[in-house]
Design a protein. Structure first.
Length: 327
């Protein structure tokens, strides 16, 4: 049976712009009709256009894997999004390097890291998954693979991003631990009408990072993990922290043990806080999203800056401020 969405693509409610009380945290049950959870798509930050692209596929009985790929391509192609794809802020050498991964309900997965000159690393990651016996290609090898598979090479450094980098060079202050404004990797999870779950994660990584630095986003288990019997999780923020606790895999395993997606996200964030201590963790922007195969969702972050976009059969794209440890 095909879901009948009741919203117009244009209408989207930014709950976060409503009263602070409503915003600070609403239980997920306030947004999801328990009888009508599928299909569902959820993405990190205010990514309503990405959800739109995913929803086009999901509402016509499409495959969750196609939905997350098409969703992730939206910020990748948007020059105004400075932490994903084209227009992403460069590393300290002024070079844009991209990371991405994708995973389906059967644990097929593909990943690319430290890729230069290709706007849509998520689609290269999918090609790695579907056309090679491998999971991950990096750097020059990933670029050769992209070229051989027809991806177009282009300059990804926009004038605006180049200017921002040149301004940054004046002080060259390297603050990998505190840049919430610059950290909006997209992680996107979808459950289709047939119960298939998939995820994608794509980023230009930390702004002005060391050349060669790779974060959590292309690391299966850190920035993204999907298990077709349990659910999926994805992450955004300071990637080193997600890698340290294998964050997305941890969340899926906690769900396997019976935690709700919300409880699992909270436990993963608490693990980061415990390892780093409150003083340091307060400076870390670490956030997780989770979706189980029943369509329940969870979200939790260290700081109170994280928001995410939810689309279900009963809802427009709702941008929801996540609950967080630090207020
Ligand atoms: N979460 C993205 C990164 O740290 O690169």
């Amino acid at each position: 049976m095909t879901a009948k969405p009741r919203h117009s693509r244009r209408s989207f409610i930014k709950l976060s712009s409503l009263s602070a009380g409503l915003l600070s945290f609403q239980p997920i049950s306030a947004f999801v009709d328990p009888e009508n959870k599928k299909p569902v798509v959820i993405s990190t930050w205010n990514n309503s256009r990405a959800n739109d692209a995913a929803w086009e596929i999901l509402q016509s009985n499409g495959y969750a894997l196609d939905a997350v790929e098409q969703g992730a391509r939206i910020p990748e192609g948007n020059p105004k999004d400075t932490s994903v794809g084209y227009g992403g802020l460069p590393d300290r050498e002024g070079i844009v390097t991209l990371d991405a991964c994708i995973m389906d309900e059967k644990s097929n997965c593909g990943s690319v890291a430290f890729v230069q000159g290709y706007k849509h690393p998520i689609s290269i990651a999918r090609a790695v998954m579907e056309k090679t016996p491998h999971v991950m290609l990096v750097g020059k090898g990933a670029e050769q693979f992209a070229q051989a598979n027809g991806f177009k090479k282009e300059n990804l450094l926009t004038k605006e991003s180049e200017k921002a980098w040149k301004d940054w060079l004046k002080k060259s202050e390297y603050k990998p631990y505190h840049d919430p404004g610059q950290h909006d990797t997209i992680g996107i999870l979808a459950l289709d009408i047939n119960g298939r779950i998939s995820g994608a994660c794509t980023t230009s990584g930390m702004a002005y990072k060391m050349h060669g630095r790779v974060g959590d986003s292309p690391i299966i288990g850190a920035g993204l993990y999907v298990d077709g019997e349990i659910g999926a999780a994805t992450a955004t923020g300071v990637g080193e922290e997600m890698i340290r606790i294998a964050g997305s895999h941890t969340i899926v395993e906690l769900m396997r043990q019976g935690r709700t997606p919300q409880q699992a996200c909270e436990e993963a964030v608490m693990r980061v806080i415990k390892k780093r201590g409150e003083t340091m963790a307060k400076e870390l922007n670490v956030a997780f999203l989770a979706l189980d195969i029943q369509g329940n969702i969870g979200a939790y972050s260290t700081t109170d800056t994280f928001e995410y976009t939810l689309t279900t059969p009963d809802h427009n794209h709702i941008v929801i401020r996540s609950a967080s440890y630090f207020k």
